[in-house]
Design a protein around this ligand. Structure first.
Ligand code: FMN
Length: 577
């Protein structure tokens, strides 16, 4: 059970399952697993019956529903079709998520049963450190934390660097809004990260490592701690691992949830106990990282790929994906889409497949307008590019980026100026303040966007935005500032007319920005029931039962409560008169 399932009530369902199987005296094994990505259907229960190939997957389960399922399916052998959930995992390729939702993350035995720690044994007993590095290089694996740098090359630099002590770090900061794939892997398959980091330690000659996790991920931390202790007991961590000459151990470091601490140099000083601020590079961490020593830092999803690359071979991994982007990528699908949750697809999968086949399309029959990838460092891909194959290069070319894998789908009722303002507000809040282009420049950009969305835009504002963006991109110290203008630049590139409409026509075409709109009561439809007046929290609606009602637009805060409560849809949003 992962955070998504538990938040949806999985604990109660789990307890009910145990009570019910005890009540019926059934010989059933109950295994709690991690997240399988179908977050919208949580809590999920899979029922495996001996002799049947496939499990039956039930979604949105409550204690009442599970009682019925146990009575009918497990006791009487009759599945309950009404509770079966749609599963699009068959259309995906699970590599990084291969064990999530399949094994009990708190059991090292289950990890071993699916081939766990075999890659470590292979590395330690059949390969030299350089052979491990060459295998990772040959796989074509690139960092899944944002930049997409070759993992094998990074390991090679660290292996070759001089240092008395080397370190292996895992970046589990996961600061991108809307992204939760790293948390999901840590909660669903913690041993794969421990195994991968130990292999990295062997490859570069490090005997210590740290996992930097944000403190808001308590379940991930708990499972990691348990997995580390199990691995030590079994001899997969600690001195002379599995009887080899190699020793390696791990510690967890908690981050306080500052976005900038995900930036590699800031992360390292944060582990050292100092304020998490970036420093200029070079020197790169591979050569001079934690405590000034050669350090390999990789993202959680990057590490999750390592054991299977070593087990199945580089050529297996590089056989899928595109020419320069190998393997798969996990995305956190969110926004205006039916199936929110996690998906894992082969690099090069068209965006259309992700949105319509895996995401189930846009709710309410609305049109797809854009997909935002790469979080605050990324940009928006407009509907015209829906057939783009998703890989590092294609996304960059479109002015967006892979980032860590947040993918937010937007429908026709999304204001792109407001979207740009939202992301910039995030970066302004999260700027560490060390360098002026980021600290001051992004703030000035945000002020311009706020002006435009509050109907105070002026001629020349777009040019000012572009000029500021270029300077901030060029002059900022770290990736936070360098990429902060991306959402603005990409929306300006594809949706410039929408910006111009705000400034020149004094209109928000998507009908989102409050300053351009007002609420009104459509007299012919109004039943004069007075529900709206009684609902309005600021007393902006006047009128008595059976008498005409009207909205005082000066008082109205546009919260939309009246609109949602009106039984006859007599309240409309319209452009300000
Ligand atoms: C502002 C900022 C925040 C970042 N946050 C993360 C993060 O949360 N997780 C992550 O893995 N990488 C993050 N990165 C990228 C890391 O600096 C680094 O490139 C990455 O962890 C390297 O691992 P990889 O090569 O496996 O991708 C961030 C970068 C910047 C500039």
């Amino acid at each position: 059970m992962a955070t998504c399932g538990i938040a949806a009530g999985a604990q109660k369902v789990y307890e009910t399952v145990q009570q019910e199987i005890a009540r019926y005296g059934l010989a059933v094994t109950v295994v709690p697993t991690g997240c399988i990505g179908l977050c919208r259907y949580e809590p999920i229960v899979d029922i495996y019956v001996p002799g049947q190939e496939e499990a039956v997957r039930y979604g949105q389960i409550t204690p009442e529903k599970i009682k019925k399922i146990i009575a009918l399916h497990l006791f009487a052998g009759q599945p309950v079709p009404d509770y079966v959930c749609q599963d699009h995992r068959g259309k995906q390729m699970m590599v990084a998520l291969r064990n999530s939702g399949v094994i009990n993350p708190e059991s090292i035995e289950e990890y071993i049963a699916v081939g766990g720690y075999q890659a470590l044994a292979k590395a330690l007993f059949e390969m030299t450190p350089q052979e491990v590095i060459e295998e990772v290089k040959a796989s074509g694996l690139r960092g899944r934390g944002g930049g997409g740098f070759s993992t094998g090359l990074k390991w090679d630099y660290s292996a070759r660097a001089e240092g008395d002590q080397k370190y292996v770090l895992c970046n589990a900061d996961e600061g991108d809004p809307g992204a939760f794939m790293d948390r999901s892997i840590l909660e669903g398959d913690p041993h794969s990260i421990i195994e991968a980091m130990t292999i990295a330690g062997y490859a570069i000659g490090a005997d210590r490592g740290y996992i930097y996790v944000r403190a808001e991920y308590p379940l991930a931390v708990k499972r990691l701690e348990k997995a580390m202790s199990q691995a030590r007991q079994m001899g997969f961590l600690g001195t002379k691992i599995s009887g080899s000459a190699f020793s390696f151990d791990l510690e967890i470091r908690l981050g306080a949830g500052a976005f900038v601490c995900g930036e590699e140099t800031a992360l390292m000083v944060s582990i050292e106990g100092k304020r998490g601020e970036p420093r200029p590079r070079p020197p790169f961490p591979a050569v001079k990282g934690l405590y000034g020593q050669p350090t390999v830092l990789n993202n959680v999803e990057t590490y999750a790929n390592i054991p299977i690359i070593l087990r199945r071979g580089a050529s297996w991994f590089s056989s899928f994906g595109t020419e320069k982007s190998k393997g798969t990528k996990v995305f956190a699908l969110g926004g205006n889409i039916h199936h929110t949750g996690l998906i894992e697809v082969v690099m090069g999968t068209p965006l259309r497949h992700v949105i319509y086949d895996l995401g189930g399309g846009i709710p309410g029959g609305k049109k797809f307008k854009a997909a935002q990838t790469g979080g605050p460092s990324g940009g928006c891909i407009p509907a015209a590019y829906i057939d783009t194959a998703i890989d590092y290069e294609n996304l960059l070319e479109l002015g967006s980026m892979m980032g860590s894998g947040g993918l937010i789908v937007m429908d026709e009722e999304t204001c792109m100026v407001d979207v740009a303002r939202f992301f910039l507000e995030f970066t302004v809040d999260e700027s560490c303040g060390k360098c002026p282009p980021c600290r001051i420049g992004t703030k000035r950009m945000l002020e311009l966007l706020e002006r435009i969305t509050s109907n105070k835009g002026e001629k020349g504002d777009l040019e000012k935005l572009e000029q500021l963006a270029k300077t901030i991109q060029a002059a900022s110290l770290c990736g936070l500032g360098q990429t902060a203008p991306n959402p603005v630049m990409s929306t300006l590139r594809y949706f410039r007319a929408e910006y111009e409409a705000h400034i020149e026509e004094r209109k928000c075409p998507a009908g989102v920005c409050k300053a351009f709109l007002e609420y009104t009561i459509i007299e012919e439809k109004c039943r004069k029931c007075s529900l709206c007046a009684r609902t309005c929290p600021v007393g902006a609606i006047t009128g008595k039962i059976k008498k005409p009602h009207r909205i005082d637009t000066e008082k109205c805060t546009q919260c939309g409560l009246c609109m949602s409560k009106c039984p006859v849809k007599a309240i409309a949003k319209r452009p300000k008169q």
